[in-house]
Design a protein around this ligand. Structure first.
Ligand code: SF4
Ligand code: FES
Length: 382
């Protein structure tokens, strides 16, 4: 694959190389850890086919070489083939991020013909009933199994993505076995990041330190066994490790997110920051947004840093952690991420990580329109 010829601008930020295209918030699954915002975008507010094609054309010109076509469930977009084709003609490598629901042989053939390069399939558990309970959809596991078979038969690279939490961390060994049985090239074990619905369900999802330690040892053992065959990735649980993650590779540093309604964000959760005023591709070009918008400039680089980050030798490595997490936990997005052990707010996550684990509340499954009721129910339960 070759990208369009672009030359670096004489000044301004480095070019982005990745685009997360959230094509829709609609989804047949209802995962309680979903990082989508509580107020899900309505289908009537989504960008049209032509608008997505234009976004991808602009992204290619800006230097983007890789896009995750995500959601919600991107297969619910009837025009997904056209969107894939637009990415292909912009010189952008496409990876479909899907639950597998709605993928049949004909659809996959059309997507492959349009230029789709790889598929990342989500799985909630290795045991079908547990998978379907977490996903909030009875037939979900069988649909995933079928989707994996189709993708392998089509010869596309296949990755398995598992969001880990209290109810599936003890199944890591079985999940790796499942990945092997399904013939995947890569297994990503991503400990839950607490944004959106995940934050709302934090009490139900937070694991114990013992669970995490056991799973970590399993991953190390499995990694040695799988070396050279399957790539096994462990995304660290930042609440527990005392280390801030380099969220998105830095704010406005390497990637942009386009939400279903055309809002352009430095990360998928940034819509939660109340005074960010994010731009929209309906109003501005992607190049202007990347180079000149106040939203992308807000936490770019290190100048904005406060507290321990300002003098810290790690500030160019982790960029002070995650702005959305800092805001969610402290009310101030410019503070050091509380996940960092050096943060004055670190007790906010340390107390949760080390606290006892009473009987967890039931999941508040992600459903459109459920957020106000869910927030109310959560507040009443506390
Ligand atoms: Fe990273 Fe800031 Fe913590 Fe230093 S103080 S390790 S820059 S989050
Ligand atoms: Fe927004 Fe980390 S999720 S900066």
């Amino acid at each position: 694959m070759t990208g369009p010829a672009v030359s670096a601008p004489p000044t301004g930020p480095a070019r982005p190389w990745a685009l997360l295209a959230e094509l829709t918030h609609a989804c047949p699954l209802h995962c309680p850890y979903c990082s989508n915002p509580l107020e899900l975008a309505r289908r009537s507010a989504e960008l049209s086919t032509g608008q997505w094609a234009d976004v991808l054309r602009q992204a290619g010109e800006l230097g983007v070489v890789h896009t995750h076509l995500s959601g919600g469930e991107p297969l619910l977009r009837a025009d997904l083939e056209e969107i894939v084709a637009a990415a292909e003609s912009a010189g952008i490598y496409t990876q479909l991020v899907t639950s597998g629901t709605g993928l049949d042989e004909e659809r996959l053939a059309a997507l492959t013909a349009a230029g789709l390069r790889s598929v990342q399939l989500s799985v909630q558990h290795a045991e079908p009933r547990a998978n379907d309970r977490i996903a909030g959809r009875p037939s979900s596991f069988a649909e995933k199994e079928r989707a994996a078979r189709l993708v392998r038969a089509a010869g596309l690279p296949l990755g398995l993505n598992v969001v880990l939490h209290r109810d599936n961390l003890d199944a890591v060994d079985a999940l790796v076995e499942l990945g092997e049985a399904w013939g995947v090239d890569r297994i990503e074990l991503a400990n839950t990041q607490f944004y959106g619905w995940g934050l709302l369900n934090r009490d139900a999802l937070l694991p114990s330190r013992e669970q995490l330690d056991r799973a970590r040892r399993t991953v190390e053992r499995r990694r040695r066994q799988l070396a050279g065959r399957v790539d096994l990735v462990w995304v660290v649980p930042d609440y527990f490790d005392g280390v801030a993650k380099p969220c998105m590779g830095g704010w406005g540093a390497v990637s942009l997110t386009v939400a279903p309604d055309g809002t352009v964000l430095p990360c998928p959760a940034a819509a939660s920051l109340p005074d960010l005023c994010p731009p929209n591709v309906r109003d501005r070009s992607l190049a202007w947004i990347w180079e000149h918008s106040p939203a992308f400039g807000r936490y770019r680089g290190t100048e904005w840093m406060t507290g321990p980050c300002r003098e810290c030798p790690r500030r160019e490595e982790d960029f002070g952690g995650c702005r959305c997490q800092a805001f969610a936990l402290t009310g101030d997005a410019a503070r050091t991420d509380p996940a960092c052990a050096l943060s004055p707010d670190h007790h906010l996550v340390r107390d949760l990580a080390d606290g006892g684990r009473p009987e967890p509340p039931p999941y508040l499954h992600r459903r459109p329109g459920a957020a106000p009721a869910a927030v109310h129910a959560l507040a009443a339960a506390r």
